[in-house]
Design a binder for this molecule. Structure first.
Ligand SMILES: Nc1nc2c(ncn2[C@@H]2O[C@H](COP(=O)(O)OP(=O)(O)OP(=O)(O)O)[C@@H](O)[C@H]2O)c(=O)[nH]1
Ligand SMILES: [Mg+2]
Length: 203
Protein backbone atom coordinates (compact mmCIF):
# COMPACT_ATOMS: atom_id res chain seq x y z
CA UNK A 1 0.00 0.00 0.00
CA UNK A 2 1.31 3.41 -0.96
CA UNK A 3 0.67 6.17 1.56
CA UNK A 4 -0.49 9.31 -0.19
CA UNK A 5 -1.86 11.26 2.76
CA UNK A 6 -1.85 11.16 6.55
CA UNK A 7 -3.82 13.63 8.60
CA UNK A 8 -4.34 14.08 12.33
CA UNK A 9 -8.07 14.05 13.07
CA UNK A 10 -8.12 14.80 16.78
CA UNK A 11 -7.81 13.38 20.27
CA UNK A 12 -10.51 11.92 22.46
CA UNK A 13 -10.62 11.30 26.21
CA UNK A 14 -13.28 8.60 25.93
CA UNK A 15 -15.24 6.46 23.47
CA UNK A 16 -18.26 8.77 23.40
CA UNK A 17 -16.19 11.67 22.07
CA UNK A 18 -14.27 9.66 19.45
CA UNK A 19 -14.86 11.02 15.95
CA UNK A 20 -17.77 9.30 14.27
CA UNK A 21 -16.26 7.42 11.39
CA UNK A 22 -17.24 4.53 9.21
CA UNK A 23 -13.70 4.12 7.88
CA UNK A 24 -11.93 0.88 8.79
CA UNK A 25 -9.82 1.53 11.85
CA UNK A 26 -6.60 0.00 13.22
CA UNK A 27 -5.31 0.62 16.73
CA UNK A 28 -1.85 0.46 18.29
CA UNK A 29 -1.63 -0.43 21.97
CA UNK A 30 1.16 -1.52 24.28
CA UNK A 31 3.19 -0.50 27.32
CA UNK A 32 4.25 3.09 27.69
CA UNK A 33 7.38 3.80 25.68
CA UNK A 34 7.11 0.64 23.55
CA UNK A 35 7.01 2.76 20.40
CA UNK A 36 3.34 3.18 19.41
CA UNK A 37 3.57 6.82 18.35
CA UNK A 38 6.86 6.17 16.55
CA UNK A 39 5.19 3.36 14.62
CA UNK A 40 2.37 5.70 13.52
CA UNK A 41 5.01 8.05 12.10
CA UNK A 42 6.97 5.23 10.50
CA UNK A 43 3.88 3.73 8.82
CA UNK A 44 2.72 7.14 7.61
CA UNK A 45 6.28 8.18 6.70
CA UNK A 46 5.51 11.41 8.50
CA UNK A 47 7.90 12.51 11.23
CA UNK A 48 6.13 14.45 13.96
CA UNK A 49 2.61 13.36 12.99
CA UNK A 50 2.28 11.55 16.34
CA UNK A 51 4.19 12.92 19.33
CA UNK A 52 7.11 10.79 20.44
CA UNK A 53 8.93 11.07 23.76
CA UNK A 54 11.66 9.35 25.74
CA UNK A 55 9.52 9.93 28.82
CA UNK A 56 6.88 7.22 29.21
CA UNK A 57 3.26 8.31 29.33
CA UNK A 58 3.44 10.83 26.51
CA UNK A 59 0.23 9.78 24.79
CA UNK A 60 -2.68 10.27 27.21
CA UNK A 61 -5.62 10.46 24.83
CA UNK A 62 -6.94 8.39 21.94
CA UNK A 63 -5.37 9.97 18.84
CA UNK A 64 -6.88 9.55 15.40
CA UNK A 65 -5.05 9.72 12.08
CA UNK A 66 -6.70 9.22 8.71
CA UNK A 67 -4.51 7.59 6.09
CA UNK A 68 -5.14 7.92 2.35
CA UNK A 69 -8.53 9.39 3.30
CA UNK A 70 -9.67 5.77 3.52
CA UNK A 71 -8.70 4.24 6.87
CA UNK A 72 -7.88 5.35 10.39
CA UNK A 73 -4.79 4.62 12.43
CA UNK A 74 -5.27 5.09 16.18
CA UNK A 75 -2.50 5.79 18.68
CA UNK A 76 -3.69 4.70 22.11
CA UNK A 77 -2.27 5.70 25.50
CA UNK A 78 0.14 3.11 26.83
CA UNK A 79 -0.40 0.99 29.89
CA UNK A 80 2.01 0.52 32.78
CA UNK A 81 2.92 4.15 32.99
CA UNK A 82 4.63 4.58 36.37
CA UNK A 83 4.44 7.96 37.98
CA UNK A 84 7.43 8.69 40.17
CA UNK A 85 6.65 7.65 43.74
CA UNK A 86 3.46 5.90 42.75
CA UNK A 87 2.87 2.22 42.38
CA UNK A 88 3.19 1.06 38.81
CA UNK A 89 -0.10 1.28 36.98
CA UNK A 90 -0.77 -2.20 35.75
CA UNK A 91 -4.35 -1.60 34.80
CA UNK A 92 -4.90 0.33 31.62
CA UNK A 93 -7.46 3.06 31.39
CA UNK A 94 -11.13 2.17 31.40
CA UNK A 95 -11.66 4.36 28.38
CA UNK A 96 -9.10 2.37 26.39
CA UNK A 97 -10.85 -0.88 27.35
CA UNK A 98 -14.16 0.70 26.34
CA UNK A 99 -12.68 1.79 23.00
CA UNK A 100 -11.23 -1.66 22.25
CA UNK A 101 -14.45 -3.44 23.16
CA UNK A 102 -17.01 -1.11 21.66
CA UNK A 103 -15.62 0.93 18.78
CA UNK A 104 -17.86 -0.18 15.89
CA UNK A 105 -15.40 0.38 13.02
CA UNK A 106 -12.31 -1.08 14.76
CA UNK A 107 -11.03 -3.73 12.38
CA UNK A 108 -7.68 -4.66 13.86
CA UNK A 109 -5.47 -4.12 16.89
CA UNK A 110 -1.70 -4.35 17.01
CA UNK A 111 -0.34 -5.09 20.47
CA UNK A 112 3.22 -3.77 20.57
CA UNK A 113 5.83 -5.69 22.54
CA UNK A 114 9.36 -4.45 23.22
CA UNK A 115 11.59 -7.04 21.54
CA UNK A 116 14.60 -6.07 23.69
CA UNK A 117 13.38 -7.38 27.02
CA UNK A 118 12.12 -10.62 28.58
CA UNK A 119 8.33 -11.22 28.68
CA UNK A 120 6.72 -8.62 30.93
CA UNK A 121 3.90 -9.39 33.33
CA UNK A 122 1.96 -6.30 32.26
CA UNK A 123 1.98 -7.34 28.61
CA UNK A 124 0.89 -10.87 29.47
CA UNK A 125 -1.89 -9.53 31.69
CA UNK A 126 -3.07 -7.19 28.96
CA UNK A 127 -3.03 -9.99 26.38
CA UNK A 128 -4.92 -12.21 28.79
CA UNK A 129 -7.57 -9.50 28.97
CA UNK A 130 -7.68 -9.27 25.15
CA UNK A 131 -8.16 -13.03 24.84
CA UNK A 132 -10.80 -13.20 27.55
CA UNK A 133 -12.59 -10.26 25.90
CA UNK A 134 -12.48 -12.20 22.61
CA UNK A 135 -10.64 -9.38 20.89
CA UNK A 136 -8.41 -10.34 17.97
CA UNK A 137 -4.91 -8.91 17.79
CA UNK A 138 -1.58 -9.12 16.02
CA UNK A 139 1.62 -8.81 18.06
CA UNK A 140 4.21 -6.33 16.80
CA UNK A 141 7.67 -6.75 18.32
CA UNK A 142 9.22 -3.28 18.28
CA UNK A 143 12.74 -1.78 18.30
CA UNK A 144 14.27 -4.71 16.40
CA UNK A 145 17.08 -2.41 15.20
CA UNK A 146 18.72 -2.67 18.61
CA UNK A 147 19.30 -6.43 18.57
CA UNK A 148 21.21 -9.09 16.70
CA UNK A 149 19.09 -11.58 14.77
CA UNK A 150 19.98 -14.29 17.26
CA UNK A 151 18.96 -12.36 20.37
CA UNK A 152 15.80 -11.19 18.62
CA UNK A 153 14.82 -14.77 17.80
CA UNK A 154 15.49 -15.88 21.37
CA UNK A 155 13.39 -13.06 22.84
CA UNK A 156 10.48 -13.67 20.49
CA UNK A 157 10.54 -17.41 21.16
CA UNK A 158 10.47 -16.69 24.90
CA UNK A 159 7.46 -14.42 24.50
CA UNK A 160 5.58 -16.87 22.30
CA UNK A 161 6.20 -19.62 24.86
CA UNK A 162 4.59 -17.44 27.55
CA UNK A 163 1.65 -16.79 25.19
CA UNK A 164 0.86 -20.50 25.34
CA UNK A 165 -0.34 -19.92 28.91
CA UNK A 166 -2.88 -17.43 27.55
CA UNK A 167 -4.15 -18.89 24.31
CA UNK A 168 -3.95 -22.21 22.52
CA UNK A 169 -3.88 -20.43 19.19
CA UNK A 170 -0.37 -19.26 18.26
CA UNK A 171 -0.67 -15.49 17.78
CA UNK A 172 0.14 -13.77 14.50
CA UNK A 173 3.09 -11.46 14.82
CA UNK A 174 5.28 -9.03 12.93
CA UNK A 175 8.68 -7.54 13.68
CA UNK A 176 9.18 -3.80 13.43
CA UNK A 177 11.60 -0.96 13.80
CA UNK A 178 10.61 2.66 13.50
CA UNK A 179 14.31 3.49 13.15
CA UNK A 180 14.95 1.52 9.97
CA UNK A 181 11.46 0.81 8.66
CA UNK A 182 11.63 -2.93 9.35
CA UNK A 183 8.13 -4.43 9.09
CA UNK A 184 6.52 -1.42 7.42
CA UNK A 185 5.52 -3.27 4.24
CA UNK A 186 4.27 -6.28 6.16
CA UNK A 187 2.11 -4.22 8.54
CA UNK A 188 0.62 -2.18 5.70
CA UNK A 189 -0.07 -5.41 3.77
CA UNK A 190 -1.91 -6.84 6.79
CA UNK A 191 -3.98 -3.68 7.05
CA UNK A 192 -4.69 -3.75 3.31
CA UNK A 193 -5.78 -7.40 3.47
CA UNK A 194 -8.08 -6.74 6.44
CA UNK A 195 -9.71 -3.80 4.64
CA UNK A 196 -10.25 -5.93 1.51
CA UNK A 197 -11.66 -8.81 3.53
CA UNK A 198 -14.07 -6.55 5.42
CA UNK A 199 -15.30 -4.88 2.24
CA UNK A 200 -15.88 -8.26 0.58
CA UNK A 201 -17.73 -9.53 3.65
CA UNK A 202 -20.05 -6.52 3.64
CA UNK A 203 -20.63 -6.55 -0.13
N1 LIG B 1 15.82 2.11 18.78
C1 LIG B 1 14.52 2.34 18.63
N2 LIG B 1 13.90 3.24 19.42
C2 LIG B 1 12.58 3.46 19.24
C3 LIG B 1 11.84 2.76 18.25
N3 LIG B 1 10.55 3.16 18.33
C4 LIG B 1 10.50 4.07 19.31
N4 LIG B 1 11.72 4.27 19.88
C5 LIG B 1 12.04 5.20 20.97
O1 LIG B 1 11.29 4.82 22.13
C6 LIG B 1 10.82 5.97 22.84
C7 LIG B 1 9.31 5.92 22.99
O2 LIG B 1 8.70 6.02 21.73
P1 LIG B 1 7.16 6.45 21.57
O3 LIG B 1 6.82 6.21 20.15
O4 LIG B 1 6.92 7.80 22.13
O5 LIG B 1 6.44 5.35 22.51
P2 LIG B 1 4.91 5.23 22.91
O6 LIG B 1 4.59 3.78 22.95
O7 LIG B 1 4.07 6.07 22.01
O8 LIG B 1 4.91 5.81 24.39
P3 LIG B 1 3.69 6.45 25.26
O9 LIG B 1 3.00 7.46 24.41
O10 LIG B 1 4.40 7.03 26.43
O11 LIG B 1 2.80 5.30 25.65
C8 LIG B 1 11.33 7.17 22.05
O12 LIG B 1 12.53 7.61 22.64
C9 LIG B 1 11.58 6.61 20.65
O13 LIG B 1 12.56 7.32 19.92
C10 LIG B 1 12.52 1.83 17.40
O14 LIG B 1 11.98 1.17 16.51
N5 LIG B 1 13.86 1.66 17.64
MG1 LIG C 1 2.80 7.60 22.42
Amino acid sequence: MKITSAAFQGSSPDLASCPQSTLPEFALIGRSNVGKSSLVNMLARSEGLAKVSQIPGKTRLINFFTINKSWNLVDLPGYGYAKVGKKERGDFSDFVADYLRNRPNLLGTFVLIDSRIPPQRLDLEFLHWMVSSQLAFILAFTKTDTLSKKVLETNIAAFLTRMEEITEEPPSYVLSSSRNGHGRGEILDLIDAAIMEASEASA
